[in-house]
Design a binder for this molecule. Structure first.
Ligand code: ATP
Ligand code: MG
Length: 583
C-alpha cells in the first residue's frame, strides 16, 4: 500500500475525550473515529488490525472444530420471550419495532438465535458435538460506554456455541475452547491469564475469564505466584481473618455522639479505634420473582462488600443499594448512620463479623454511633456467609501462600451453560437408544475490538504504539527520505515490490514530507519494522532498518535486505506460535 492512496489522519495532540492510552493512541494514530458514544468507525489501518485479530481467532476456532456461520443482528422478540430474557435483559438491550409494530432487538448475544437454529435442524446424537461460531457486531446499551473500544455500545465479538450430547462432551468442548483461547491470545502477543470467574446472571456451572494484564483494566484479579490459582476478585473465596483478640462481653453498649463523621476514616480518627473494629452496615433493595424486600449487610469497616457473593447467596433477580429516601421512610434511619442494633430488617453478615468480640456500628440516629456492640447480645444476624472482597496478601485458597492482586482487561470468557437454553427453547436430540434429551450447551466469547485496545494498553511507549508483529496493520514500512531523489525512489519501490512478492505486508510512505514527519508517524502507528532509504546509505548500497519494539538499528546491504526482513518477520512470528498437540 502507498500512503498517498489511503487515509491515515494522525493527530499531534491527544484528544481531550480519551482517558486511557489505547483510546488516545487509536485516535492519534488515525485508526479510529467516534460516531456517537461507544460507537466507532474503523479507518483502513484500524480495520486491518481488526481483520488480523479476527483471522487468528477464526484460525484457532477452525482448528478446534468450529464452523463459522453468520447469524442475524436483528432478532425477533419471540425467541427472547421464550427464554424469558426479553424482560430480564433490561436497559442494556437495544429494542426496535418493524412497520407492523412487531418487536425486535439488536443482538447483545446469540444464545436464543443459535439454539433456535439448532433445534430446527439437528436431532440426532450422530450430529453432535457441534461447535458454531461467528464474528460480528454486538449491541449493548451499556450504562457507561467508555475508554474507546474497551466498552462500546456497538462492538465486535466472536461468539461460539457448543452443543453436546452429555456432560462429558461439554467438558471436552470446554477444554478445546480453553486451549483455543490460550492460543489466540498468545498469537496476538498478549500477556494474559485465564482466571476463575463468577457465572452470574448467565447461569451455568463453570466459567473462566481471559484477562489481559494492564493497570487500566476494570477487573481486579487475585493470583498466586506459587501455585496456578487465579480468580476474578468477585469470585475468590475468603477466609475470615481474626483481628480481635480481647474479649469484651462485659463492655457496655453505648451510644456516642460522632459529629461530622461520614466515612470509616473519619470514624477511626474520631474514636481512635482501628478500622477492623468498626463495621459498615449497608441496606439493599432486593428483588425476587414478583417480590421486593430491604435487607441489611454487615462487613468490617476495613473490608469491601462483594455484591456478587451477596447476589449469589440471596438467589435474587436484582440487587441495588437502597434509595436513601426509601430507607428513611421504611426504617426511619438516615443512610450513613445505619447499624444493626434495633434495625427491623433481615441482617446478613460476613463471617468476620462473628469473630469480632465487640464493634463500633452505626447508631441509627444522625451523628451517633454505638460502641461495644456485641453480636447476639445487642443484635442478631439472619445469616453469616463469605460476603467480602478478597485482598492482596491473604492466603491462597489452594496452597495458602499470600495472594497477589492485579488489574486485568477481560478479553474473553468461556461458560458451561448446561441445559439452560436447550430446556427453555426445547432443543432436543435422540440419543443412541432413541431417547429424547436436551442438548448440553456451552458459550464462548472473545471481544475482538476490545482485544485490539488491550493490545495497545500492553504495547506502547512515549512515541506511540508498538504492535506485536502478528496483529500490526502492516509488518513493514518503507520510508524514502526524499521522494524527489530519483535513486531513492527507485530503490524504495524495488524493495517494496520484492517484499510484496513474498506476501509480506508492507506500506510505503511515498508522501513528499520531511523524513522527521514520516518517522514520527511511523513510530506513532507502530509498524514493527521500519526500512529507511536515502542517498547517504544508498551510496554504499545499504539501507537502514529499525525495529519499533526494541529500537535496535541495523545497516543492511540492499541485496540482502529482503532475506533479512523475511527472516526477521518469521522469527518474530515463530516466537508467538503455540505448540499444537500432534493428532
Ligand atoms: P463485561 O463484564 O466487561 O461487561 P461481559 O461479561 O458482559 O463483559 P460477555 O457477554 O462474556 O461480556 O462477552 C464476551 C466478551 O465480549 C467479553 O469478554 C469482552 O471481551 C467483550 N465485551 C463485552 N462487552 C463489551 C463492550 N461493551 N465493549 C467491548 N467489548 C465487550
Ligand atoms: Mg457486560
Amino acid at each position: 500500500m502507498r500512503i498517498s492512496n489511503t487515509i491515515i489522519p494522525t493527530l499531534r495532540q491527544t484528544p481531550a475525550e480519551a482517558e486511557i492510552i489505547s483510546h488516545q493512541l487509536l485516535l492519534r494514530a488515525g485508526l479510529l473515529r467516534k460516531s456517537a458514544a461507544g460507537i466507532y468507525s474503523y479507518l483502513p489501518l484500524g480495520y486491518k488490525v481488526i481483520s488480523k485479530i479476527s483471522q487468528i481467532v477464526r484460525d484457532e476456532m477452525n482448528k478446534f472444530g468450529g464452523q463459522e456461520v453468520m447469524l442475524p443482528i436483528m432478532q425477533p422478540a419471540e425467541l427472547w420471550l421464550e427464554t424469558g430474557r426479553w424482560h430480564v435483559y433490561g436497559d442494556e438491550m437495544f429494542r426496535l419495532k418493524d412497520r407492523h409494530q412487531r418487536d425486535f432487538c439488536l443482538g447483545p448475544t446469540h444464545e436464543e438465535i443459535i439454539t433456535d437454529l439448532v433445534r430446527g435442524d439437528v436431532n440426532s446424537y450422530k450430529q453432535l458435538p457441534l461447535l458454531l461460531y461467528q464474528i460480528q457486531n454486538k449491541y449493548r446499551d451499556e450504562r457507561r460506554p467508555r475508554f474507546g473500544l474497551m466498552r462500546g455500545r456497538e462492538f465486535i465479538m466472536k461468539d461460539l456455541y457448543s452443543f453436546d450430547k452429555d456432560e462429558e462432551g461439554l467438558a471436552a468442548s470446554y477444554e478445546k475452547m480453553r486451549q483455543a483461547y490460550i492460543n489466540v491470545f498468545q498469537r496476538c502477543g498478549l500477556d494474559f491469564r485465564a482466571v476463575e470467574a463468577d457465572s452470574g446472571a448467565i447461569g451455568g456451572s463453570s466459567t473462566h475469564e481471559f484477562m489481559v494484564m494492564a493497570d487500566s483494566g476494570e477487573a481486579t484479579i487475585v493470583y498466586c505466584q506459587v501455585c496456578d490459582y487465579a480468580a476474578n476478585i468477585e469470585k475468590a473465596p475468603c477466609q475470615p481473618i481474626n483481628s480481635n483478640e480481647d474479649h469484651a462481653e462485659d463492655k457496655v453498649l453505648a451510644l456516642v455522639s460522632t459529629p461530622d463523621v461520614h466515612t470509616i476514616d473519619q470514624l477511626v480518627n474520631f474514636l481512635q479505634v482501628p478500622a477492623f473494629r468498626t463495621v459498615k452496615t449497608l441496606v439493599y433493595e432486593v428483588a425476587y420473582e414478583g417480590d421486593n424486600e430491604l435487607i441489611a449487610v454487615m462487613v468490617r469497616g476495613d473490608r469491601e462488600l462483594n455484591e456478587v457473593k451477596l447476589y449469589n447467596l440471596l438467589g435474587c433477580t436484582s440487587l441495588e443499594l437502597a434509595n436513601p429516601a426509601i430507607v428513611k421512610e421504611k426504617l426511619g434511619v438516615e443512610v450513613g448512620f445505619i447499624g444493626p442494633v434495633g434495625l427491623k430488617v433481615k441482617i446478613y453478615a460476613d463471617h468476620e463479623i462473628a469473630q469480632m468480640s465487640s464493634m463500633v456500628v452505626g447508631g441509627n440516629k444522625p451523628d451517633f454511633h454505638y460502641i461495644n456492640a456485641i453480636k447476639d447480645r445487642d443484635f442478631s444476624i439472619h445469616e453469616l456467609a463469605d460476603l467480602r472482597m478478597a485482598e492482596g496478601g491473604e492466603p491462597c485458597p489452594k496452597c495458602g501462600e499470600p495472594l497477589s492482586m492485579a488489574q486485568g482487561i477481560e478479553v474473553g470468557q468461556i461458560f458451561k451453560l448446561g441445559t439452560k437454553y436447550s430446556d427453555a427453547l426445547n432443543c432436543k436430540f435422540l440419543d443412541e437408544n432413541g431417547k429424547e434429551k436436551p442438548m448440553i450447551m456451552g458459550c464462548y466469547g472473545i471481544g475482538v475490538s476490545r482485544t485490539m485496545a488491550a493490545a495497545i494498553e500492553q504495547n506502547y511507549d512515549e512515541d506511540g504504539i508498538k504492535w506485536p508483529i502478528s496483529i500490526a496493520p502492516y509488518q513493514v514500512i518503507i520510508i524514502p527520505v526524499n521522494v524527489k531523489d530519483e535513486n531513492t525512489e527507485k530503490a524504495s519501490l524495488n524493495i517494496y515490490q520484492d517484499l510484496m512478492k513474498l506476501g509480506i505486508e508492507v506500506i510505503i510512505d511515498d508522501r513528499n514530507e520531511r523524513a522527521g514527519v514520516k518517522f514520527k508517524d511511523a513510530d506513532l502507528i507502530g509498524y514493527p519494522i521500519r526500512v529507511t532509504i536515502g542517498p547517504k546509505t544508498l551510496a554504499n548500497n545499504n539501507l537502514e532498518i529499525k525495529l519499533r519494539r526494541t529500537k535496535e538499528e541495523f545497516t543492511v546491504n540492499i541485496d540482502e535486505a529482503i532475506d533479512w526482513i523475511n527472516t526477521k518477520i518469521n522469527q518474530e512470528l515463530d516466537l508467538l506460535q503455540p505448540v499444537y498437540p500432534k493428532d
